[in-house]
Design a protein around this ligand. Structure first.
Ligand code: BTN
Length: 241
């Protein structure tokens, strides 16, 4: 059981066993204040039209709906979920890769997919919790909380931590605007000075996060704003002044 008292984000909790996608389910429901979780997804959705690996029980698949869709919600969610995961990681650190992947030990522990339908935004969160093996195409890039700490987690403790942090950070965002979120993002991101590649393979240096939530990069001395898509971090981890 998760405890929903004292928070304002979730007014209704739907716990499913199996669903194609908790995002699809929540968007079809079409109301805000909904938390949908599932033990397994048969067609979990990832960013950029990818599928999200969603085997039974080992991981968290959850969606929260909000009214008033806004492109910066997905960055608020990334900042919040990173904080939630750090509270469970027993000293291991976690960083955000723009826009909202959460990486531990340089590998992806959590992905977030924000989708909008009409006046509803669905924030879908997938966390690798107790998973220890992955298909070949994911085994070099994925990690779980369990692999990072050696500990086995209860699903509810992870969902609870995520809801609590999301509630706090959406409060901060609604009361104080994007700047506090932006500052937290910059403090905890793979960010300023790191070398990376844009989606088309162009090498760049990451420079900043704009007040709109876009990524500012430098390509051959010229500043560019990346509005959407993926940025691949350079594995050498080299930093530029
Ligand atoms: C990504 O590609 O990094 C985003 C992955 C988001 C996966 C989560 S799992 C719960 C929710 N339901 C979905 O179908 N996708 C999101």
């Amino acid at each position: 059981m998760i405890n929903l008292t004292g928070q304002k984000l979730v007014r209704e909790y739907i716990e499913l066993d199996t669903v194609d996608s908790t995002n699809r389910y929540a968007l079809d429901a079409g109301r805000d204040g909904l938390l949908v979780t599932a033990r397994r997804q048969t067609a979990g959705r990832g960013r950029q039209g990818r599928l999200w690996f969603s085997p039974r029980d080992d991981n968290i698949y959850m969606t929260i709906t909000l009214a008033h869709p806004d492109p910066r919600l997905c960055l608020v969610a990334g900042v919040a979920v990173r904080e939630a995961l750090v509270s469970l990681l027993e000293g291991a650190s976690a960083r955000i890769k723009w826009p909202n992947d959460i990486l531990v030990l340089g590998r992806k522990v959590c992905g977030i997919l924000c989708q909008t339908r009409g006046s509803i935004a669905a924030i879908g969160i997938g966390v690798n919790v107790n998973q220890t093996t992955w298909p070949d195409e994911l085994k070099d890039t994925a990690v779980s909380l369990k692999l990072a700490t050696g500990k086995t987690y209860g699903r509810d403790e992870v969902i609870q931590a995520a809801v609590q942090a999301l509630d706090q950070w959406f409060d901060i965002y609604h009361a104080g605007g994007f700047e506090p979120v932006r500052q937290a993002f910059l403090k905890h991101c793979h960010c300023a000075g790191e070398t990376a590649r844009l989606e088309d393979g162009t090498p760049c240096v990451i420079r900043n996060l704009t007040p709109e939530g876009f990524l500012e990069v430098e390509v051959m001395g010229i500043r560019r704003i990346v509005v959407s898509g993926d940025v691949r971090l350079d594995c050498s981890g080299s930093r530029h002044a």
